[in-house]
Design a protein around this ligand. Structure first.
Ligand code: C5P
Length: 231
């Protein structure tokens, strides 16, 4: 037996990380951003000049990639620090894994069966005792199909691109054309939804939450109440 698990899946830029982290904080659960793990491996592959499509090279890379995440450390004072700090082989890559080149290549890496197999096992280990909010693309369908609550968080491509544009502005980044952001989001979703292994898909028993026009606070409240109704 284990404590409950909340699985939050959905397309790129739907606000999963923000929402999942705050839901975890409100309910006193751990939080795992599984996308950060795929990004970490992508960062290492690019750093070593490995082509993400090269299956043999990726298979050799996997056992040499040790990922650490701050949100999983058992720090009872602040169990869910933000942002999740990420290290690859002791080197901090918290910022680097959010770069445009990593974002562009990550779907190709995440499509490799060997990569998914390795990370699936690690994610299942992290969630073994439950008491966790896990966020990604295949949590409700593959990582924890027995999760007590599954949420499929979505928003229109336009809305997601608009939010991304606001994020970039808030971080004082140079302005990016809305249509370019829409294309990038659309393309990543297309790749993630069409891969052979564990594609992005709503689990049949997931509750779909469409967030266009909803505030972050409203989305969080909705998920917390869904969870409480199921306990
Ligand atoms: O959530 P985030 O946008 O950081 O995820 C980056 C990428 O990692 C996704 O576009 C997807 O290719 C991959 N991913 C995945 N399965 C997960 C989480 C992320 O394939 N559970």
């Amino acid at each position: 037996s284990r404590l409950p698990i909340i699985a939050i899946d959905g397309p790129a830029g739907a606000g999963k990380s923000t929402v999942a982290r705050q839901v975890a904080q409100k309910l006193g659960l751990l939080y795992l951003d599984t996308g950060a793990m795929y990004r970490a491996i992508t960062w290492l592959a690019l750093q070593q000049g490995i082509d993400p499509q090269d299956q043999v090279a990726m298979a050799e890379l996997m056992p040499t990639c040790q990922i650490q995440l701050s949100s999983l450390e058992n720090d009872t004072e602040s169990p869910n620090p933000w942002p999740t700090r990420v290290w690859v082989n002791q080197q901090e890559v918290t910022q680097a894994i959010r770069s445009e080149v990593v974002t562009k290549q990550v779907s190709a890496v995440a499509a490799q069966p060997i990569v998914r197999e390795t990370l699936l096992k690690q994610q299942q280990q992290y969630g073994e005792k439950g008491g966790i909010v896990m966020e990604g693309r295949d949590i409700g369908t593959h990582v924890f199909p027995q999760a007590e609550l599954k949420v499929f968080l979505t928003a229109s491509v336009h809305e997601r691109a608009r939010r991304r544009q606001l994020d970039l502005k808030a971080q004082n980044q140079p302005p990016v054309d809305l249509e370019a952001l829409e294309r990038a989001i659309y393309e990543r979703d297309r790749q993630d939804s069409s891969r052979q292994v564990a594609p992005l898909q709503k689990a049949p028993d997931a509750v779909e939450v469409q967030t266009d026009g909803l505030s972050i606070a409203a989305v969080i409240a909705k998920i917390v109440s869904l969870y409480q109704a199921r306990l």
